[in-house]
Structure formats: structure tokens, C-alpha cells
Write a protein that binds this ligand. Structure first.
Ligand code: ATP
Ligand code: MG
Length: 522
């Protein structure tokens, strides 16, 4: 009977005493119930879940640094810093005897390998992997379960994770922890805190289970696109590791050594059946997938593989993709159409968003000569609007020092400053120098030097202040073929720390004040 099966299952496990007691109590109750009653069905469901939690089972953790390094290197191209951080983390675990208690957080734009590096860690530790997607979760019952009295009650995701992993110590990935939201169904973030807190997570309460659950042996790895929206109490517990995105060469290596072979294998296709040369892959990356991560590249490759499969089934022996046939497979390249903005009043800035670095052109133009004024457009956030006003005040009041004849330019000019693309919201202070340069270029009627991009916060007295995301910004500039970057002097040490592959071919100009910027760009 069902009861026998539950007893059998429990015999094979080593539950703590309080679970054994609970089990026996519920089993006794089951024997008194009519098998056709709804209570009976509810109770068998509970017992089924209770007895399928792997009580006392643990995967024997293996912390072998050499093996871990090999696995990380096999599965992932580049990412040296990230791999080093992971190995340090594992080394500490090896000395301590376990990796419990620490929570890694991978932060970075989409498609840079956060999820897949998490899987590699589980593989390296020889522990099962379970991924819990938190994007859009606004109901704490997803995490804590429903009370049994609730119709259609279910346990929460952690119970689910342990049942699926079949051990009490899996690697649990909490994916998109920055996209949790709060609602009238409770605050999932604070519930999560209970599960992640090493002081109390050996007694995590799942509402359905209605018993303490020991989560302290789990290794939690979180991922997020940005740390901005992670509640501070949660963020406090984590050890963030940043993945900033790839330059074209890295993307080429990843596509060639990982995405293409994996795609072919999935489609059960031989390497000889589909030929894509490096130059074609490069074209895909530069024209069809201009982003920090690998998502679009992966999509493009998968699309080519699907279309090639049709040709193979139609009788062709092998398919070769050439630069000119690429259009037949992928259609028009979305980025071919991207227009390069240049000329008087147009300056290329560098921005850092949750989806990676991006170039950000800023344009200003004189609307008329009768009135004085300043207008801003481009879905700018409050901080960015303030930066624009600072830039305007600064350039206006110092115009005479930059160009004597134009010192009164702003007195009779209605200026419009715009940040394309107009529909994309933008914020942050780091476009300050770019906006000021745009205004200065307009006032002097002088186009900036070509091949330059800049970033830096501007103070009201013309000081250039430090910014974040210099690596992401460099990658974005290079993607656009820009190799001269003006950035704050205060960021010089950050630049020096960048890996050589990232800064290769790039010249940095360090600005302490806005004068330094103007000297370089005009
Ligand atoms: P998201 O934020 O969208 O969830 P993610 O950072 O989790 O993105 P993944 O799904 O891990 O991204 O990566 C996308 C794809 O690119 C995967 O197939 C992954 O294996 C591959 N990939 C990314 N970076 C690398 C790398 N350095 N080496 C090999 N493969 C990589
Ligand atoms: Mg992911």
C-alpha cells in the first residue's frame, strides 16, 4: 500500500528525530482516514513530499583545485579574473573542509556566462545543480510554500530543489535575484534572507512542510544584471563577482570553441557538414550581435544550424557559410543600419547600463538666436538632467576662456541638447564632460577630433570626477571601432588594472579638469 511505500522510503533515509516523529504521527493518522476522503488525498500528498526529501543524504564534496581549474577552463573561454576568484573561494573551502556559509553573486549583462559558470562550479565540486529562477517572483509562497490547509497547496522551491537534487547539499542557483519584486503576497526578498542566513538557515520553515528544513549545507550562487535593485540586507550577505562582457576577439573564440560545437552536437551534425570560417563568425559578431554577452551570437548560430539542417536533409553533402550567403541565413544585419553621428556639437560618450557598456552620442544644436534658453530631451533621469545643467552652467560661464570671440554665444542662443536614442531611458552623472564638450563644440563651431569617446562626471567648478564601469565602457568603445578614450584622472588606476586584451590598441587620455578634455578633443 501507499503507507508501506512511505515507510520503505523513510527506512533508506536518515531523517532527524523531529521528522521521524512527525512522519509516524501522520502515518498513524492516515490509517484512520477513509481512503476516498479528500483528507486522505491531502495527507498522502504530504507524506509523499516528506518522504522524498533526501534526509541525511549528502553528495560527497570534492574540492580539488587542479580539477576545478580544468573544468572551469574547459567550459569557459577567458574570464581569468572570475575563474581566479572562484578558485580562491574553493581554496578557502578546501581549508575549512566545506564551502558552506558563503554566497557568491555573479553580476553582469545578459549572456556573459553567469548561469553557465555556476553550473561549472557545481560540476567542479561534484554536487548536483539546481536553478531557481526568481525573475518576476512577487509571492513569498513560491519560496516558502503554502500552508497545507490551502487548496492546491505546494511546498516552496527549496523543498523542490532538495527533492530534485536528491541530496541535502546541492548547489542552488538563485537566478535574477535583482528582479524579485514585492507585492501584497509578501516580500520574497526577506523570505530569501531567511534561507541565505547561515545563522538561521539550518531551521528554514517551509509553510507546507510545517517542519524545520536544514538548508545550511546548500551552496548558494546568485546572479543579477545589476546590484542596484537587490535589497541591501540581501546584498550584504553576498560576495559579488563582476562579469563585464566580451570584446570581439573573445566573442570569436567563445563562438568558435563553445557555441558552434555545442550547437552542432545538439543538432547531431558533424563538424564537416557545416563550415563557418572565422571571418564569417566575426561578421556575425560585429554586424548581427553587437552586445556585451553571447545571447545574439548564440541565436544567430542556432539559426544558421537550423537552416543548414534543412539543406542537408534536402541532399546537400555539406553547407559552407560565406560572407555573401550570410544574408540568406540571417537576413539584414540590424547594426548595419546604425547611423554614426558626427559633426559640430556631436560627441560620443560612454555609458554603463545593466546590459553592459554602450556608446552614447550626445548632440546639441542652436534652435534660435532671439532668446536665451536650454532644453533637454532623450528620456534622461534626474541625475543626468542635473549633469546637463551643470555642463550648461559651466561652459556658459567659462566660454570666454575657451574662445574669446565666442564669449557671449550663450547670451543669445536657445540651445537644445539631445541624447539619442530618445526612447531608451538613461541616467547617471558620467555623461557630464560629454555634454559640456558637446556644448563647447557647438559654441566654437568646431567639430571634435574623430575616433574619440569620453566619460567623466563634471563638477560645477570644472573638475572631472571618477566614474564606474571603465572596463565595460572600453569594450563598448572598441566595439564601435573607437580607440581613443578620454576619462577621469581618478580612474587611471582602474585602467591600469584592466587586462591587456581589453586595453589592447586603446589610448587613454586622463583629464583632471575640463580644460584637459578640451585640449585633447579639439
Ligand atoms: P542571463 O543574464 O541572460 O541569464 P548569463 O550570464 O546567465 O545570461 P549564460 O546563459 O550563462 O549567460 O551564457 C549564454 C551562453 O553563452 C551560454 O551558452 C554560455 O555557455 C555561453 N558563454 C558565455 N560566456 C562564455 C565563455 N566565457 N566561454 C564559453 N561559453 C560562454
Ligand atoms: Mg542566466
Amino acid at each position: 500500500s501507499e503507507a508501506d511505500e512511505y515507510v520503505d522510503r523513510m527506512k533508506k533515509l536518515s531523517p532527524p528525530d523531529y521528522i521521524t516523529k512527525r512522519f509516524e504521527k501522520e502515518l498513524k493518522k492516515l490509517n484512520t482516514l477513509d481512503p476516498n476522503s479528500p483528507e486522505y488525498a491531502g495527507l498522502t500528498n504530504y507524506l509523499d513530499i516528506l518522504t522524498s526529501i533526501p534526509w541525511g543524504e549528502v553528495a560527497k564534496e570534492e574540492i580539488d583545485i587542479a580539477k576545478a581549474r580544468k573544468i572551469l577552463d574547459e567550459d569557459h573561454e577567458g574570464l581569468k579574473d572570475v575563474k581566479d576568484r572562484i578558485l580562491e573561494f574553493l581554496a578557502v573551502g578546501a581549508l575549512k573542509g566545506n564551502t558552506n556559509g558563503s554566497i557568491l553573486l555573479f553580476v553582469g549583462p545578459p549572456g556573459v556566462g553567469k548561469t553557465s559558470i555556476g553550473k561549472s562550479i557545481a560540476k567542479a565540486l561534484n554536487r548536483p545543480f539546481y536553478r531557481l529562477s526568481l525573475g518576476g517572483v512577487n509571492d513569498e509562497s513560491v519560496i516558502k510554500g503554502h500552508r497545507k490547509t490551502y487548496v492546491g497547496a505546494m511546498p516552496g522551491k527549496f523543498v523542490q530543489a532538495l527533492r530534485e537534487a536528491k541530496v541535502m547539499n546541492p548547489v542552488i542557483m538563485l537566478d535574477e535575484i535583482d528582479k524579485l519584486t514585492r507585492s501584497y503576497h509578501g516580500d520574497p526578498a526577506s523570505t530569501l534572507l531567511e534561507a541565505l542566513d547561515p545563522e538561521q538557515n539550518n531551521g528554514f520553515m517551509d509553510h507546507y512542510l510545517d517542519e524545520r528544513l536544514d538548508l545550511s549545507k546548500c551552496l548558494f550562487i546568485c546572479t543579477a544584471n545589476t546590484t542596484d535593485t537587490i535589497p541591501p540586507a540581501l546584498l550584504d550577505r553576498m560576495d559579488p563577482i563582476r562579469l563585464s562582457g566580451y570584446i570581439s576577439q573573445e566573442k570569436l573564440a567563445i563562438a568558435k570553441k563553445h557555441l558552434l560545437p555545442k550547437g552542432l552536437e545538439k543538432a547531431n551534425m558533424k563538424k564537416s557538414q557545416l563550415k563557418i570560417s572565422d571571418s564569417v563568425l566575426k561578421k556575425i559578431i560585429e554586424e548581427y550581435a553587437r552586445e556585451s554577452g553571447m545571447r545574439s551570437t548564440q541565436r544567430a548560430i542556432d539559426k544558421i544550424i537550423r537552416k543548414a539542417a534543412v539543406k542537408l536533409l534536402e541532399g546537400e553533402k555539406s553547407v559552407t557559410i560565406t560572407a555573401s550567403s550570410l544574408f540568406d541565413y540571417l537576413g539584414t544585419a540590424p547594426f548595419k543600419r546604425e547611423k554614426k553621428l558626427e559633426g559640430v556639437g556631436v560627441i560620443t560618450g560612454l555609458a554603463w547600463t545593466s546590459v553592459g557598456g554602450a556608446t552614447l552620442p550626445i548632440e546639441s544644436s542652436r534652435v534660435n538666436n532671439d532668446a536665451k534658453g536650454f532644453e533637454l530631451t532623450g528620456s534622461l533621469g534626474d541625475v543626468m538632467k542635473e549633469s546637463a545643467h551643470i555642463a550648461y552652467s559651466y561652459v556658459q560661464s567659462h566660454m570666454g576662456t575657451f574662445c574669446k570671440e565666442k564669449k557671449d554665444f550663450f547670451k543669445k542662443a536657445f540651445i537644445h541638447l539631445h541624447v539619442p536614442e530618445g526612447a531608451t531611458p538613461k541616467d547617471g552623472p558620467s555623461a557630464g564632460v560629454t555634454m559640456a564638450t558637446s556644448l563647447l563644440s557647438l559654441a566654437m563651431n568646431k567639430a571634435p577630433r574623430k575616433g574619440f569617446a569620453m566619460t567623466g562626471e563634471l563638477s560645477l567648478t570644472g573638475q572631472v570626477l571618477a566614474i564606474g564601469g571603465i572596463k565595460e565602457k572600453t569594450i563598448a568603445a572598441r566595439r564601435m571601432g573607437i580607440t581613443n578614450i578620454i576619462c577621469p584622472k581618478a580612474n587611471e588606476s582602474d585602467v591600469k588594472e584592466l587586462p591587456a586584451e581589453v586595453t589592447e590598441g586603446v589610448t587613454y587620455y586622463y583629464a583632471d579638469t575640463f580644460n584637459d578634455v578640451a585640449k585633447v578633443i579639439f
